[in-house]
Ligand binder design. Structure first.
Ligand code: NAD
Length: 491
């Protein structure tokens, strides 16, 4: 059971910085007034961390990392397992905070927190299995080389607001398993669940200061990126901020993992289960987190033979979504994150209509009536979308799906690969050979056939091209947080 709205309000922290295992009472950054996206009403004001607070977070992480790395691998494994248990036990509370701060329906928020716990469990299992290697040498009797995989020290983890606890786990769990300390920077649009997560990890037994939480905007992010003690930056967010992070990292020659935006295509072949695809296409491309997901299939490419059926099915499905209070258990779509996002998405829709990028077949407006106080955008679908238009090319990050027809498999692949992004691709077909052929041809880091996997911790996930570089998840995701040291011994 998830906690209710009032319980969630009572859980809001007094401070907006959790550093060194304590709440900071005299933060020095900007004043942030948080608005509940579901009703447009203020939730309160918080003084965000300032530059000196960010520095303190990095120092705390550095000091705690030394303690953490001095522990046995088995002790780190057990501590991370305890952290996973604590997150799982507090899923209702953390999920409710997520729903309150950014508007995700509470069932999905709690599921996201559960998945975050899974990431901690998964990476706990790696903590005592990080071994090294012995490179071949010419004279093994007189020379020994050995290489060890070691942590960077302090990792700066900068995350977006669209699923904050899970986004934090995607970075913190492997970073900690690799032996690092973490300075976690959530967006000021979703700071509260992550702040509570930081406290919870200390309650669960992680050394105070190992994970510090400093929410804020670009200023906080830049301060972290520029700090001399930060050895690696892992960033999830949009392309513009990603570039600023990469530039700051390049100035200090610090490596980055960048998980950026996408405009992922779902290709629907005529041999797919059309009614199911239409229903799922609408659920994943419009309703899921109100379209605010990086790798959601927001661009449908449909074979002309089944095109009208799919468009009709998608429109019918969007008509069945229930918009409303994220704490209502039957609600399938919450608001978008804030007024700025709401206005921006509505402008994108308006421009697309004016410039005839496609035919608006569902939604297109801000929700009216009892939802008018919140930032609700109607589930919106454009059919016959010009693949070269901004509507088809640019990430919208809102509940707006585009649908375009194709005639041949080659054309479908060309259209799917025809944006600057390379995050995900989806293939719907009953033909196994075609599924593999198209999966191979898609220029994306993640491909899903006849469904969608929601970030299982064992699978590497990451974008190509303008969607970033590096991965989260699995062995490869752990490797991002380790560097190699070779020791040469002349015997
Ligand atoms: P954003 O780029 O505005 O912000 C992301 C984070 O970076 C926030 O914490 C923000 O405060 C910080 N930031 C902003 N400017 C910065 C700067 N100059 N220096 C350092 N930090 C800075 O993105 P958002 O609006 O929070 O999230 C939406 C974006 O995130 C979308 O583009 C979405 O596709 C992307 N995203 C990608 C993935 C993925 O795994 N590829 C997952 C979720 C979201």
């Amino acid at each position: 059971m998830a906690a209710g709205k009032d319980e969630a309000r009572a859980l809001l922290p007094k401070s907006a910085a959790y550093i060194g295992g304590a709440w900071l009472t005299d933060t020095t950054g900007e004043l942030h007034a948080h608005v509940n996206p579901a009703d447009g009403q203020p939730l309160g004001e918080w003084q965000l961390p300032g530059g000196a607070d960010v520095d303190a977070a990095v120092h705390a992480a550095r000091a705690a990392q030394v303690v953490w790395w001095a522990k046995s691998p088995a002790a780190r494994r057990d501590a991370l397992t305890d952290a996973a248990t604590a997150i799982r036990e507090q899923r209702a509370e953390l999920g409710a905070l997520v729903s309150l701060e950014m508007g995700m329906p509470v069932r999905a928020s709690v599921a996201g927190v559960n998945l975050a716990a899974e990431w901690f469990s998964h990476y706990a299992g790696y903590a005592d299995k990080i071994d090294g290697l012995v490179p071949p040498v010419a004279q093994p009797a007189s020379v020994l080389d050995y290489a060890r995989y070691v942590p960077y020290g302090v990792v700066a983890a900068i995350i977006p607001w669209n699923g904050p606890v899970l986004a934090a786990a995607l970075k913190a769990a492997p970073a900690l398993a690799a032996g690092n300390g973490v300075a976690l920077k959530p967006s000021e649009l979703a700071p509260f669940a992550c702040l509570r997560l930081g406290e919870l990890l200390v309650e669960a037994g992680l050394p105070p200061g190992l994970v510090n939480v400093v929410p804020g905007g670009a200023d906080v992010g830049q301060r972290l990126c520029g700090h001399d003690d930060v050895g690696l930056i892992t960033f999830t967010g949009g392309g513009r901020a990603g570039r600023a992070v990469a530039e700051a990292a390049a100035a200090r020659h610090v490596p980055t993992v960048l998980e950026l935006g996408g405009k992922s295509a779902a290709i629907v072949f005529p041999d797919a289960d059309v009614p199911k695809v239409a229903k799922l296409g609408a659920a994943l491309g419009v309703a899921q987190n109100s379209g605010q997901g990086c790798f959601l299939p927001t661009r449908m490419l449909v074979h002309r033979n089944v095109y009208d059926d799919v468009v009709d099915g998608v429109v019918a499905a969007t008509g069945r979504f229930r918009l409303g209070d994220p704490f209502e258990p039957t609600v399938s779509m919450g608001p978008v994150v804030d007024e700025t996002s709401c206005t921006r998405i509505l402008q994108v829709i308006e421009r697309a209509v004016e410039q005839r990028h496609g035919r608006l077949v569902a939604g297109g407006h801000k929700a009216a009536g009892e939802l008018s106080g919140g930032f609700f955008v109607e589930p919106t679908v454009f059919a016959d979308v010009d693949p070269d238009s901004a509507l088809a090319q640019e990430e919208i990050f809102g509940p707006v799906l585009t649908i375009s027809p194709f005639d041949t498999e080659e054309q479908a692949v060309e259209l799917a690969n025809g944006t600057r992004y390379g995050l995900a691709g989806y293939v719907w077909t009953g033909d196994l050979r075609r599924a593999h052929r198209v999966a191979e041809a898609l220029d994306a880091g993640y491909v899903s056939v006849n469904g969608m996997a929601l970030l299982p911790p064992g699978a590497p996930f990451g974008g190509w091209r303008a969607s970033g570089h590096g991965v989260e998840g699995g062995r490869a995701g752990l490797a991002e947080f380790l560097r190699v040291k070779n020791v040469h011994v002349q015997l």
